[in-house]
Design a protein. Structure first.
Length: 306
């Protein structure tokens, strides 16, 4: 009989080692996984579950119930943040036992849908990598449906032209200042994000104030924020989120904000940047030479229907 029990954040090193062995397409960073779980605004230690054999964790799942924020009318949704089974222990029902228990806890809490990964703003992956065939088949057998595909893009920082001096001078003549976010901007920046963008982007972007230097750049007109870009919010060498007010687009603000963040990563010694969960593919290709690097499927299941 498979026994499911809880695990603690203090065991995160063992968990990350297991996840990396179970998912060769990924290499999860220890600090990023710890932060994504422990600092999740909906963190629930009762949804950190595992199966042990001989005192070692051989299967693990982490989940949370995301409640609506920022005026959203969306229903509460259950999210699986990570799911892994030791390769030597697969096909023995361990993954099924873990997901069964999480889904039961979702249902007991009145949650009507379960989503795999993509739990912004603290997601580790925007979906299931299409190359992980065994996981995709496992989810399909359990009644999960692929809602939509999403992609990541890669920027080769050793080759990209990241000089913004000419464009920044042009923007200055238009009355637009571009600079790094300062600690004294925190209140105004948080208000701007809450007013113009989603709660998820607000939460994610505000974490950059903990970094030295702060990993957000701003565009301002008359001391009013009209655009922003961030990097390293959910892991090293990651770009995003980024946004520019619709009425300020087509001025080149977005390209300058993008390149400033990428230059930060290059100066940190990173050779590549990972642009996750990409929307405007052509924008990143045109301004940074980005290429498509990974594709994911986002899976969801309505609970009580399968």
């Amino acid at each position: 009989m498979t026994v499911v029990e809880t695990w603690k954040i203090s065991e995160i090193e063992e968990v990350v080692d297991l996840v990396n062995r179970a998912s060769p397409e990924d290499r999860f960073d220890l600090d990023s996984v710890r932060d994504a779980i422990a600092d999740d605004p909906d963190h629930d230690p009762n949804l950190l579950l595992c199966v042990r054999e001989g005192g070692k964790i051989v299967g693990v799942i982490a989940a949370e119930i995301r409640r609506p924020r920022g005026g959203s009318r969306n229903a509460r949704a259950g999210h699986v943040k990570l799911l892994a089974v030791d390769p030597a222990c697969q096909r023995r029902g361990i993954g099924g036992a873990l997901l069964d228990q999480v889904e039961r806890q979702f249902i007991d809490d009145g949650v009507k849908s379960s989503r795999i990964f993509a739990d912004d703003p603290t997601y580790l992956r925007p979906g299931v990598d299409f190359r992980i065939t065994s996981l995709m088949c496992f989810l399909l057998r359990r009644g999960y449906e692929s809602a939509r595909p999403v992609v990541n893009m890669d920027v080769d920082l050793t080759r990209a032209d990241l000089d913004t001096s000419v464009d920044e001078a042009r923007l200055k003549r238009l009355g637009i200042e571009v600079r790094r976010l300062a600690a004294t901007d925190a209140e105004a920046f948080e208000a701007y994000l809450g007013r113009e963008w989603s709660w998820g982007w607000q939460f994610e972007s505000m974490t950059t104030l903990k970094r030295t230097p702060i990993s957000t750049h701003l565009a301002l007109r008359d001391d009013r924020i009209v655009g922003f870009s961030c990097h390293s919010t959910m892991g090293p060498a990651q770009f995003g989120p980024m946004g520019v007010r619709p009425d300020e687009r087509r001025t080149g603000i977005g390209a300058v904000l993008l390149k400033r963040c990428l230059a930060d990563l290059r100066d940190e010694g990173q050779a590549h940047a990972d642009v996750q969960w990409v929307g405007p593919i052509t924008f990143y290709q045109r301004h940074a030479g980005a290429t498509l690097s990974r594709a994911f499927w986002q899976f969801q299941r309505e609970l009580g229907t399968g």
